[in-house]
Design a protein around this ligand. Structure first.
Ligand code: ZN
Length: 302
């Protein structure tokens, strides 16, 4: 399997969920071995690599920070790029936060479809987990385990008539992500809106970009899936796992986890090289499932 980038540029614009700042986003093809790199166009194209060592404070969204330069809410865009098997890409942005758009990864999948995929002449490297690692906080936990395929399992439990216990399990591929997760939107509880606003968060939040749950229902139905909440948490998990910097050959299980636990898992994993190996050997299973049918391939080029 060879590394990929996108075939052509694609653009979108919109407001950031937490900052409320309007930004213009552009996906740009990148050469082999660059990885996924954000560039702050408003700061002389300052680069921030989508890698664990650049993770900043994490609460309600995942933020990256490098040399004091911040970029917020990377997870939905990264989930789409990572699931689509795009290894190398520049993400140009002229603001401090990735646009939230409709609160899901669907608009980013549409961008990636417009951009297409291009195969590069360098072999893809995988991060293959060989020893398990778990991060636990009370009854919340996330673990990563050896596997020949990239598989996630995500369990959520919220005391609410529309949520309750939901579990999603899948092998991650462009097709499964697109059909099972991409359309699942972010959500919040009405009772949390004022406290979050007072913390300076969700300044760009609206009924157009988040499901708002009331005491016994929702303000802006209908749901896109009965278990949209569990699916969105799995989407968030994949977006945070993108910060490992390489495609994973591993099974990841998240139990009532969130961005903080996800990113702790990534940081601890990368900090201990005895837990993984880098390989260009693709397993028979992954080769069979990792097709790019979701995106139209363009001719190979460097
Ligand atoms: Zn999310």
């Amino acid at each position: 399997m060879f590394q990929t980038t996108i075939a052509r540029e694609a653009r979108v614009e919109g407001v950031g969920l937490h900052t409320g700042v309007f930004g213009h986003l552009r996906l740009v093809p990148a050469p082999a071995d660059v990885g996924i790199v954000f560039r702050r166009n408003d700061l002389d194209n300052f680069p921030i690599e989508a890698q664990g060592h650049n993770v900043a404070r994490v609460s309600y969204a995942t933020s990256l920070m490098k040399q004091g330069v911040l970029l917020s809410t990377t997870e939905h865009l990264l989930a789409a790029i990572y699931s689509c098997g795009i290894d190398n890409i520049y993400i140009d942005i002229d603001s401090i936060e990735i646009p939230i758009l409709d609160g899901s990864a669907e608009p980013f999948m549409q961008m990636l479809q417009r951009a297409g995929v291009r195969r590069l002449r360098r072999r893809r490297r995988y991060l293959k987990v060989v020893q398990p690692l778990e991060v636990v906080e009370g009854d919340r936990r996330v673990g990563i385990y050896p596997s020949d395929e990239f598989r996630v399992r995500c369990y959520v439990d919220f005391t609410h008539p529309l949520v309750g216990q939901q579990e999603v399990e899948m092998v991650v591929s462009p097709e499964t992500f697109r059909h099972l997760l991409a359309r699942a939107r972010t959500f919040c509880f009405e009772r949390d809106i004022e406290p979050l606003r007072e913390m300076g968060l969700i300044r760009g939040g609206s009924l157009e970009n988040a499901i708002v749950l009331t005491e016994d229902g929702m303000m802006n139905g209908p749901l896109r899936f009965p278990d949209e909440f569990g699916r969105h948490k799995a989407l968030d998990l994949i977006g945070d796992l993108a910060l490992t910097g390489l495609p994973l050959l591993a099974r990841v299980e998240a139990h009532k986890a969130g961005h903080s636990l996800h990113t702790q898992l990534v940081s601890r994993l990368l900090a201990d090289p005895s837990l993984w190996t880098i390989t260009t050997e693709e397993t028979a299973y992954a080769a069979e499932h990792h097709s790019f049918a979701a995106l139209s391939p363009a001719p190979a080029a460097d």
